[in-house]
Design a protein around this ligand. Structure first.
Ligand SMILES: Cc1ncc(COP(=O)(O)O)c(C=O)c1O
Length: 157
């Protein structure tokens, strides 16, 4: 990908008035050669089902962080988490949250682990150990949270 051109294009979105058709045409040219889902082997890269796209676009403006304005959505989150807690056989006093992506989930996971270790275990400068196969977002999370980290190699098994 040509970063200089991409930067210039980004600027052009901000400066010029474009029709929707022009915008989609430009995106087709810019992104047309990107890998498609059937070329990527990864559990996180699958084509979202049509129903999921429809729901996501219809309710995109809902903000789970505002239970006063969106109480039914908060209830939906609780219902989904309740269901998931049963699937993973969670302990009685489990808690959880739904995030908008993998990086945020990994960051929150490390944050909770760090704070729990401090409060419950009295560990104030612990170390978090990642397998080398862990996603790069864990490296960012460790840095943001000021956590010492070790990256360990995996055996073939
Ligand atoms: C295992 C794993 N963690 C985290 C991420 C980052 O997810 P996001 O792009 O939603 O922040 C990915 C993305 O592919 C991933 O595969």
């Amino acid at each position: 990908m040509n970063e200089i051109n991409l930067g210039a294009r980004k600027m052009s979105y901000l400066k010029e008035e474009k029709t929707t058709a022009d915008l989609f045409k430009e995106l087709r040219v810019l992104l047309g050669e990107e890998a498609s889902y059937n070329q990527v082997l990864s559990s996180m890269c699958t084509l979202p089902p049509d129903i999921a796209r429809e729901i996501a676009s219809k309710y995109a403006a809902i903000n789970l962080g505002d239970p006063g304005l969106f109480p039914q959505t908060v209830q939906l989150e609780k219902d989904v988490l309740d269901h998931l807690s049963k699937l993973v056989n969670a302990p009685v006093n489990w808690s959880g949250t739904i995030t908008s992506g993998g990086s945020e989930s990994n960051l929150i996971g490390c944050w909770v682990a760090r704070n729990w270790s401090r409060k419950v275990k009295g560990i104030n400068s612990g170390k978090i150990i990642f397998p080398k196969s862990a996603h790069v977002s864990f490296e960012k999370a460790a840095d943001i949270l000021n956590l010492n980290s070790d990256w360990v190699s995996l055996t073939e098994n």
